[in-house]
Ligand binder design. Structure first.
Ligand SMILES: C[S@@+](CC[C@H](N)C(=O)[O-])C[C@H]1O[C@@H](n2cnc3c(N)ncnc32)[C@H](O)[C@@H]1O
Length: 425
């Protein structure tokens, strides 16, 4: 009896324990859900535009502008006026309409690509093709210590500072005072704090802190990478070596090959290894869509001679000739296919029954030709129906051709200079 009671007690205890575990689990679930919700809210809030944020007003790939959102501020383009007060509270990525509601722009969060595309050019700048290559080739990553000169318009500086994140540091040197000030503003406006902009002529004074001048924390042989984009970079390579750690990367950017030769020679003298020079070429492609006129319109002499109509079409005569040629080729190809089909059919038929008499084969042949002629007649009839009663030659087929194609530029764009890399040992 006592044993039974003990067993019952143990069972009840186990049940209570299970219940407690279950309620603990559901409490955890609720807590997790709450955390998730508040994370979502945080995310939503951080995606909400407020005063002081930088926003890219995006009209098209060739027309965008970055502004800091301020009271009474506005963005204006050919479509109208967009007040900053309307932008506050909207989400990054959202589109907003002008007052007439007949045009809109997108509100984008600045990223390194958009920053490079929209920042004020105080100097020649580095573009994304070079920037991305430089960053990966120099192994710049979160936590890296990077030294750069000159700051220029802070295009490269922006990408570097964002890549190295809070745990890294960028020391960027510029001898033009206004540009140094602008560089610091451009980086600070992006909410970055991991940088020092130092107003300095690096050819004369190098990169190390000078007693009595601006204080910053760069130590000898501590930098993971040094990037030089200034006239006569070869004169700054000794200074670069002073701050680079062993295994650190150096890159000299030069617009002409004479400088490249001097940079590489100086790197060799300074015992850099793996010296290579790269030119990064960017070749953008465009996707286009076009609707061409029918072959009938193209070949109709009235149409050709009627300049007004031709202007409406907007295609030049050469283009029209090309279309006409394409269409004729298309028809010829179709006809050829039909012939091939016919031959194949004949081959099959012959293969299946070798005993078939010549008479039967001739009949099949005749039938095939008849089918082909029927098809052509049908095609002609269709054309006549569409274009009035006047019979038109077989190759003139009224149709609207929609063509999607991508076109590359005739000139290769993107060359701004040569990148010479070396590793410090
Ligand atoms: C072509 S810009 C750099 C552009 C920059 N890489 C960018 O992406 O925006 C060259 C800059 O180097 C600066 N510079 C030239 N000689 C210098 C020197 N000896 N020390 C420091 N900066 C110098 C110039 O004032 C100029 O702003």
């Amino acid at each position: 009896m006592e044993g039974e009671i003990q067993a019952q007690n143990a069972e009840t205890e186990q049940q209570v324990k299970n219940q407690n575990e279950q309620s603990q689990q559901s409490a955890n679930q609720v807590a997790n859900e709450e955390v998730k919700q508040s994370d979502n809210q945080q995310q939503l809030l951080s995606n909400t535009i407020k005063y002081g944020d930088q926003v890219v007003f995006y009209e098209s790939v060739n027309s965008m502008k970055m502004q800091t959102i301020v009271e009474n501020g506005f963005f204006q383009n050919r479509f109208g006026y967009f007040g900053h007060s309307e932008v506050v509270g909207k989400q990054f990525g959202q589109k907003i309409f002008n007052l007439k509601k007949n045009a809109f722009i997108y509100l984008l969060r600045p990223d390194p690509v958009l920053i490079t595309d929209t920042l004020s050019h105080l100097t020649q700048i580095l573009y994304q093709a070079d920037i991305s290559y430089v960053i990966s080739k120099m192994n710049i990553q979160p936590g890296s210590i990077v030294v750069e000169s000159g700051t220029g318009s802070a295009s490269l500086s922006s990408s570097i500072a964002r890549t190295i994140q809070d745990e890294g540091h960028l020391y960027t040197f510029e001898f033009n005072e206004a540009r140094a000030k602008n560089g610091a503003e451009v980086l600070a406006a992006q909410g970055l704090k991991n940088f020092d902009v130092i107003w300095r002529d690096v050819l004369s004074n190098g990169f190390m802190p000078i007693p009595g001048e601006r204080v910053y924390n760069l130590k000898e042989h501590s930098a993971d990478a040094v990037f030089l984009d200034l006239p006569r970079p070869y004169e700054a390579i000794t200074h670069a070596k002073q701050v680079l750690k062993k295994g650190g990367r150096l890159c000299c950017f030069s617009p002409c090959i004479e400088q490249v030769m001097k940079n590489c020679e100086e790197m060799r003298i300074q015992k850099f290894v793996q010296i290579v020079t790269i030119e990064v070429i960017q070749r953008p492609f465009e996707r286009r869509e076009r609707t061409f006129q029918s072959a009938f319109q193209v070949l109709n002499p009235n149409f050709i001679n009627n300049k007004r109509k031709r202007d409406e079409v907007g295609d030049n005569a050469q283009e029209q000739e090309n279309i006409q040629e394409d269409q004729q080729q298309q028809i010829a190809a179709e006809d050829e296919n039909e012939n091939n089909d016919e031959e194949n059919n004949q081959d099959d038929e012959q293969g299946e029954d070798e005993e078939e008499s010549q008479e039967e084969a001739d009949q099949a042949n005749k039938k095939g030709k008849q089918n082909k002629n029927n098809k052509k007649d049908k095609r002609n009839k269709q054309q006549n129906n569409q274009n009035g009663s006047k019979p038109i030659p077989q190759f003139i087929r009224p149709q609207i051709t929609k063509v999607v194609y991508s076109s590359g530029p005739k000139e290769i764009k993107g060359h701004t200079g040569y990148l010479s890399f070396g590793i410090c040992i």
